[in-house]
Design a protein around this ligand. Structure first.
Ligand SMILES: Cc1cc2nc3c(=O)[nH]c(=O)nc-3n(C[C@H](O)[C@H](O)[C@H](O)COP(=O)(O)OP(=O)(O)OC[C@H]3O[C@@H](n4cnc5c(N)ncnc54)[C@H](O)[C@@H]3O)c2cc1C
Length: 417
């Protein structure tokens, strides 16, 4: 395709930037950025438009745990495993922002340990590497892990972690180094129109861009573009609270650490024969109510991210979502963390909220083609870092061959390993 660029002003005083892109991607979180990467790899001319100066959404507020092991077996675990392969290829290009030290689940009861044993057998049958750990092996791997908490572990050596706040700028630099990418940050898209020749993308600064097709990856910002499509009864907004400790110079916590409450929460374990037999009486009802499950990940400076909680809001009422950090939730998470680890101190240096949109329907993500050339992907919930790269690979390939995103469901049904 021949690209050409010149600026004109039309009668509405909209500045038209007549460079025709093969694809425009709105939103440069993990979904939008990996969609851009895929489109570039397909040799396309790509416009990536992001409202923020840097990525500021869920993508940089998360744990960065790339845990295919926790995803529902079938399509979602498959996407997680394929995403790990994409991250591994990217790893040398993003200087230390992604690394492989595995994931370890620690059982806090004998019943949870049974689930880990059952999951190990499932993994073995499916060819996904994992290794059962005795309580002593867990404590050797994680000094400070309390003996009365640990009833055994399951280790996934292939899994990776990301320092998302470092990954995103490095990924943007990598993308921008490709002359086929135009990155427009600090640019809010306010309207998209289907035209005879493709699409028009209009920004809040009254600039108009032209592209053959658009993919919207707007995260939890559902009220700006196509709210009638995104703000459905199935779509929830979720608020999560996170803590970061001060650094522990002498303590090493390798890889992703996931605990008993996570074994109860992550969908993979629902495939274990004994899942239904888990006694609920051992769970603090306040944790159950606030969706608290305990995860840990250490950063290079020695500090540890501790979290998280899940409060759900109706996506049709964006004003209902609150922005406050609830101290009672932070305290509850810290109390739980202290039951799991004996660390030299529990001084918290930072706490923050993250938000994501989560499609609660059976699809577990909203993939929608609004018209022939306008497509939308959001509502991936807590699985975006783990599964987003492969999901976006499939989504971009689907729309580049002229298919509707709804058709991906059928494709995934056939690809499940
Ligand atoms: C606290 C927390 C912990 C998590 N931990 C993990 C984890 O360990 N592992 C895991 O797999 N997942 C995790 N997740 C989930 C994961 O972070 C999300 O699924 C993922 O980041 C969603 O990516 P996204 O690109 O859809 O959204 P976002 O990251 O929110 O990106 C959307 C972007 O679109 C931009 N945008 C929106 N509207 C417009 C517009 N009109 N014009 C221009 N730009 C626009 C926004 O500015 C934003 O940058 C966690 C999430 C949170 C909040």
């Amino acid at each position: 395709m021949i690209s050409f660029i010149y600026n004109i002003y039309n009668t509405d005083n909209i500045e038209v930037l007549l460079m025709k892109f093969d694809i425009a991607i709105v939103g440069a979180g993990v979904l939008g950025s990996f969609a851009a990467l895929e489109a570039l790899e397909a040799g396309k001319k790509v416009l990536l438009i992001e409202a923020g100066q840097t990525a500021r959404g869920a993508t940089v507020r998360n744990f960065g745990q790339l845990v295919a092991s926790g995803m529902a077996l079938g399509k979602w675990r498959d996407l997680g495993i394929r995403s790990l392969a994409i991250y591994k290829k990217l790893q040398p290009l993003v200087e230390g922002a992604i690394w492989q030290q595995g994931s370890t689940y620690i059982a806090s009861t004998a019943e949870e340990a049974t689930l880990l044993e059952e999951m190990y057998l499932i993994n073995r049958a499916q060819g996904y590497p994992s290794k059962l750990l005795t309580p002593a092996q867990c404590q050797e791997r994680f000094p400070g892990l309390r003996a009365d908490y640990c009833h055994g572990g399951l280790y996934y050596p292939e899994e990776m972690s990301a320092e998302s706040g470092q990954l995103m700028p490095r990924l943007w630099s990598l993308l921008s180094a490709n002359p086929s990418l135009t990155l427009k940050n600090v640019t809010l898209v306010r309207e998209i129109k289907e035209t005879a020749g493709g699409t028009e993308i209009i920004t809040s600064g009254n600039e108009k861009y032209l592209a053959d097709r658009v993919l919207i990856c707007c995260g939890h910002q559902l009220s700006q573009l196509y709210p009638q499509v995104t703000q459905t009864p199935d779509m929830k907004l979720c608020k999560l609270q996170m803590l970061r400790t001060e650094p522990y110079p002498g303590t090493r916590l390798p890889g992703n650490l996931l605990t008993g409450l996570t074994i109860r929460r992550y969908e993979a374990f629902q495939s274990c024969p004994s899942f239904q037999n888990l006694p609920q009486s051992t769970v603090d009802p306040r944790c159950a109510q606030l969706g608290i499950h305990m995860l840990f990940r250490q950063s290079e400076d020695g500090s540890i991210i501790v979290g998280d909680s899940h409060e759900y809001f109706d996506s049709r009422d964006v004003h209902s979502i609150d922005y406050e950090v609830r101290e009672d939730i932070n305290q509850l998470m810290l109390d739980e963390a202290k039951n799991i680890f004996a660390l030299p101190h529990w001084r918290i240096s930072r706490s923050w909220n993250g938000y994501y949109s989560q499609d609660m329907s059976a699809n577990k993500v909203l993939l929608r083609s609004i018209s022939d050339n306008i497509h939308l992907a959001t509502g991936i919930g807590g699985k975006g870092m783990t599964t987003g790269p492969a999901l976006m690979r499939d989504a971009v390939q689907q729309i580049l061959r002229g298919g509707a995103l709804e058709g991906l469901e059928a494709l995934h049904a056939h690809s499940v390993t």
